[in-house]
Design a protein around this ligand. Structure first.
Ligand code: 13P
Ligand code: SF4
Length: 316
């Protein structure tokens, strides 16, 4: 414990010296969440990065989040404490593959989830996150074809909610969320029949749950499909005492902290993102001390990607 405090003190000193701001995603390790100036979902972190007036932004999250910060605030030094913190979902589509897909659908509007590389964003018309995907799709005229990528579960969810038949979905997935299956929900719900259901739309269970919901097989008044920050807000505001949480388990730390009198049950305890857990206190200290690893995006790619990202930040 004393060792951990000494590390935290070092980080705070370096933070002052570097005039740095620490942004952390809701899936980060508890000790990283504790030192964050801003803790949030992808949209909140993008907005915080855009507004930041510190000289250095330490992004405790994954590579695409640091790229997004660098694109939105190009004058700042954006540091990712472990450059290997990637994302299986972002890796499921390349810019070349997207160009080929676009060639098959000339004139289609490209909506990319924020979990994509800067190069893929540069080929996109809009970016979206789990908290505004539905609103972004609704903002596009009905008669335009849409290419939605890369997450097939989020895509199916958005298609179902908006009823857009001309929305084509890329078959990518996040291996962590895809591992949360419908039977995980069935089992936890039968063990906790009064619990409220909080589901991330990237989950393998979310699409089938939308069908079950529509068929009246899930409690509609207690099932919520939300981004990670949306889940935290719902947990605070709901008068229910127990919640089944279908997303990466790192979020439970904050839920329990904010609601000590409520119970949170992970739908699948094995839903752990190895990339998010790569960021440790030691690596944050070293990142600030050595000013490493700087994440930057070539100016031409950044300029094209920025248009799509700014549309995302503006909607929802
Ligand atoms: P949100 O925090 O935006 O809901 O995204 C979840 C996620 O998997 C980020 O990588
Ligand atoms: Fe990527 Fe999934 Fe990890 Fe989020 S949880 S960073 S989508 S691999």
């Amino acid at each position: 414990k004393a060792e951990r405090q000494a590390l935290v003190d070092e980080i705070l000193e370096w933070k002052k010296k570097r005039n740095a701001l620490i942004l952390a995603h809701n899936y980060e390790l508890p000790e990283i969440q504790d030192i964050a100036d801003v803790l949030g979902d992808s949209l909140a972190l993008a907005r915080a990065a855009m507004r930041a007036d510190a000289d250095v932004i330490v992004l405790c999250g994954v590579h695409f989040m640091a790229e997004t910060a660098a694109i939105l605030n190009p004058d700042k030094t954006v540091l990712l404490p472990d450059p290997n913190a990637g994302c299986s979902l972002a890796d499921s589509i390349t810019a070349d593959a997207l160009r080929a897909w676009k060639a098959e659908h000339p004139g289609a509007v490209v909506v990319s989830y924020v979990n994509t590389s800067a190069e893929v964003k540069a080929e996109s018309d809009y970016c979206c996150t789990s908290s505004n995907a539905v609103q972004v799709v609704r903002s596009i005229p009905e008669d335009r074809e849409i290419l939605f990528l890369p997450d097939m579960f989020l895509g199916s969810y958005v298609k179902r909610v908006t009823g857009r038949e001309n929305l084509h979905i890329w078959m990518g997935e996040c291996h962590v969320h895809a591992g949360i299956r419908p039977h995980d929900i069935e089992e936890t719900l039968s063990a906790h029949p009064d619990a409220e259901l909080l589901i991330h739309p990237e989950c393998g269970c979310s699409t089938s749950n939308m069908y079950l919901l529509a068929e009246g097989q899930l409690p509609a008044d207690r099932t919520h499909v939300l981004s990670t920050s949306g889940m935290l807000q719902r947990a605070r505001e709901s008068d229910k005492r127990a919640f089944i949480v279908a997303t990466e388990v790192g979020i439970l730390y904050q839920m329990e902290r904010q609601n000590p009198d409520k119970t949170f049950i992970p739908a699948n305890r094995a839903a752990v993102c190895p990339f998010m857990k790569m960021i440790t206190l030691e690596k944050v200290r070293d990142a600030l001390a050595r000013l490493e690893t700087v994440i930057s995006v070539p100016a031409d790619v950044a300029a094209r990607a920025r248009v799509a990202i700014e549309r995302m930040v503006a909607i929802g």
